[in-house]
Ligand binder design. Structure first.
Ligand code: TYD
Length: 217
């Protein structure tokens, strides 16, 4: 039987360099000869990408926070069933740009929806599929604002007031502390150093899994 692949989630404040690091991780697995799928939330499936369009379209200003939370969860449920679970079972690694921690932070902490309610809804959406590693790339608020400045297009969430984004930063730092399997990564380091830190952690995880595997034989 093929060993289950690793489910790796990358989380971080806007401008934390997630995209670059996801590319680095993909290249790392490729070099090892291991298959890794890169995907994202909201989105990742045909239905999920349609939901993404509704969620991020700047014209949808009137969106109710509860509707927003449920749409993110709906995209996630489809993603888990159609793509994540299937690929993990086939032994492929799945690298996902954002997952439930984003909902806890954005919909729970920043929008102010009761965190327990957000957790309950997302428990239904996750259908038992839990990340093996959640990398939280932490950068300072100032760095985040600096890196986001000068963008020509802003989606519905990026268009939010400064206070919302400050709360997102605070929320990440508070909630990533209690999150199971969350690993803090210092995003203020150079791109290469950040990649090294993440890969070192993955190697350790793969080693631990291999050890447990031999012990169970
Ligand atoms: P995206 O362009 O993927 O953001 P980024 O490039 O910053 O990663 O847009 C996703 C947006 O949706 C982002 O602002 C975070 C937000 N979001 C939530 O509010 N809740 C969620 O559950 C997820 C997955 C994302």
């Amino acid at each position: 039987m093929t060993a289950k692949g690793l489910f790796i989630v990358i989380e971080g404040i806007d401008g934390s360099g997630k995209t670059t690091q996801i590319e680095n991780l993909k290249a790392y697995f490729q070099k090892k000869g291991a298959e890794a799928i890169v995907t994202r939330e909201p989105g990742g499936t045909k239905i999920g990408e349609k939901i993404r369009e509704i969620l991020l379209n700047p014209d949808n200003k009137e969106m109710d926070p509860i509707a927003e939370m449920l749409l993110y969860a709906a995209s996630r449920a489809q993603h888990v069933k159609e793509l994540i679970e299937k690929n993990l079972k086939e032994g492929k690694h799945v690298i996902c740009d954002r997952f439930v921690l984003s909902s806890y932070v954005y919909q729970g902490f920043a929008r102010g929806i009761d965190l327990e309610a957000v957790k309950k809804v997302n428990e239904i959406a996750m259908q038992g599929v839990v990340p093996d590693i959640i990398f939280f790339i932490n950068i300072s608020d100032e760095e985040s604002f600096k890196r986001r400045m000068g963008r020509s297009y802003c989606d519905r969430i990026e268009n939010e007031e400064k206070e919302f984004h400050i709360n997102v930063c605070k929320g990440y730092r508070k909630l990533a502390k209690d999150m199971e399997n969350a690993v803090w990564i210092d995003g203020m380091k150079s791109v290469d150093e950040v990649a090294k830190d993440m890969i070192a952690y993955i190697e350790k995880k793969l080693y631990d899994i291999a050890i447990v595997g031999t012990q169970n034989k």
